[in-house]
Design a protein around this ligand. Structure first.
Ligand SMILES: O=C(O)CCC(=O)CC(=O)O
Length: 264
């Protein structure tokens, strides 16, 4: 557990794995903290240097007042990597974390060796949808929308109150800062990374979950079609967060992609 003040905000992060190995940076989704990557990280940490961090307004990182711009999240990650003296990294992002990854590649191309874009897109949702979510969170709290959100995060088989993991992730979501959650909804509402995706020249792996209700496979396929040479993999029996529901498959795809790209 470590903290750094970068870009005017205190971020929570953790470093794992051998220092001399290629660096993998993990960026999490809306309403979660970096523990969503724990099972994937455990499968990779013997062979890679891992950076896990909580984005602004999530987990133990500081929450500035809403709204946020995607550039805030992008600049935070670039500043954290600079703070850690990391010159090159593979950025692995899920959902809004995948948009942050695309943004970092556009803002600081030299920093990015390859990208893994899991359950994400160049543009997610509509202004109407995000404004509705912001209003609900600000007026009634995250708990008021949590049940609906978890149905998109996980498959029906996982989404059961008798599953302790489901209950745990419900707690993770409802305990996020309202400013952090709604602020990041505003960032998602205003972000269109179509041009950034089209300009990517690094190796890219796109991952979709066959039962993802937030960024369905067709949307991830559309993202992959914008990126020259991108590889697309669809994980079965997974919703929006295959890193939680299918960690072995997710880590296996990351490992084989890095191997193919000559990293590691
Ligand atoms: O998960 C994200 O980072 C944004 C996409 C989304 O809205 C997922 C959800 O339904 O919470």
């Amino acid at each position: 557990m470590a903290f750094a003040r970068v870009n005017g905000i205190v971020l929570h992060y953790e470093l794992r794995g051998p220092e001399e190995r290629p660096v993998l940076v993990f960026s999490n989704s809306l309403g979660t903290d970096f523990r969503i990557w724990n099972k994937v990280a455990a499968l990779l940490e013997d062979d890679f240097r891992l950076v896990l961090y909580d984005k602004r307004g999530h987990g133990l990182s500081e929450a500035s007042p809403q709204p946020y711009a995607m550039a805030d999240h992008v600049n935070d990650l670039v500043a954290l990597l600079d703070h850690l003296s990391i010159a090159q990294a593979v950025i692995i992002g899920v959902s809004v974390g995948g948009m942050i990854a695309q943004g970092v590649a556009a803002a600081r191309p030299g920093l990015v060796q390859a990208l893994v874009l899991s359950n994400t897109a160049h543009k997610i949702g509509t202004a109407e949808m995000w404004n509705g979510r912001i209003k609900a969170v600000n007026e009634q709290g995250i708990a008021s929308i949590a049940g609906t959100i978890l149905q998109r995060w996980f498959t029906p088989a996982y989404c059961k109150p008798e599953n302790p993991d489901y209950v745990g992730y419900h707690s993770m979501l409802t305990r996020q800062s309202a400013d952090g959650y709604a602020g990041t909804c505003a960032a998602l509402r205003d972000a269109d990374l179509t041009d950034a995706a089209k300009a990517l020249t690094v190796p890219v792996l796109c991952i979709a979950g066959d039962q993802d209700g937030s960024t369905p496979p067709d949307l991830v396929r559309e993202l992959a079609s914008l990126i020259s040479g991108a590889r697309l993999e669809i994980i079965e029996n997974a919703g929006h967060l295959p890193c939680i529901e299918q960690p072995e498959r997710t880590a296996g795809l990351i490992r084989s992609f890095l191997n193919q790209a000559g990293i590691g």
